[in-house]
Design a protein around this ligand. Structure first.
Ligand SMILES: [Zn+2]
Ligand SMILES: [Zn+2]
Ligand SMILES: [Zn+2]
Length: 144
C-alpha cells in the first residue's frame, strides 16, 4: 500500500489534505512493519518544519484511516497501541512482560486454544487486537 492510497482514503472522508496529513501517510507507508506508535509518528512529523502537526491531527488521521479499513491497531502489553496496515498479513503477537520483546505468528496458524475458544463460545475471535503476554526465552532462562 502506498501513501497515495492512504491520502485518497482521507480525501474520500472529506478531510483536507494538509502537509501534516501527507507526512503521517508517508510515515505509515514506509514504516508500518516497525510496529509504529502514534507518538513515533508525531515525533517524525514534527521533525519536518513544513508539516505543522499536533497530537490531535495525528490521532484524527489515524482514526480516519482505521475507519476506512486501511489501518488497524494492536496492543502489546501495557505499551501504547501500535499500527499496522490492514493489508499486512494478519498476525497474532506475543509480548514479553519483562523486556518487551515481541514475536508474531501468522493468524492462519491460529493457536488451537483460540480455535477451541471460538468453538466453545460461537464468537469469531479477533486475536490480533491484543497480544498474549508471557516471558521470552531469554527472560525465562534468567528467571530460573
Ligand atoms: Zn505486528
Ligand atoms: Zn484497541
Ligand atoms: Zn524478555
Amino acid at each position: 500500500m502506498t501513501s497515495d492510497t492512504l491520502i485518497d482514503a482521507l480525501r474520500d472522508q472529506g478531510l483536507r489534505i494538509t502537509a501534516a496529513r501527507r507526512a503521517v501517510c508517508s510515515i505509515i507507508a514506509e514504516r508500518h512493519s516497525e510496529h509504529i506508535t502514534a507518538a513515533m509518528i508525531l515525533e517524525t512529523v514534527q521533525s519536518d518544519p513544513d508539516a505543522k502537526a499536533d497530537q490531535s491531527t495525528v490521532y484524527r488521521t489515524l482514526d480516519a484511516l482505521e475507519t476506512a479499513g486501511l489501518l488497524a491497531h494492536s496492543h502489546l502489553g501495557h505499551g501504547p497501541a501500535i499500527y499496522h496496515l490492514a493489508d499486512d498479513a494478519a498476525h497474532q503477537h506475543v509480548v514479553c512482560s519483562n523486556c518487551g520483546k515481541t514475536a508474531a505468528v501468522p493468524a492462519s496458524s491460529l493457536p488451537s486454544w483460540l480455535a477451541d475458544l471460538q468453538e466453545a463460545t460461537g464468537f469469531t475471535v479477533d486475536p490480533s487486537h491484543f497480544a498474549v503476554d508471557g516471558l521470552c526465552p531469554d527472560c525465562t532462562s534468567t528467571a530460573t
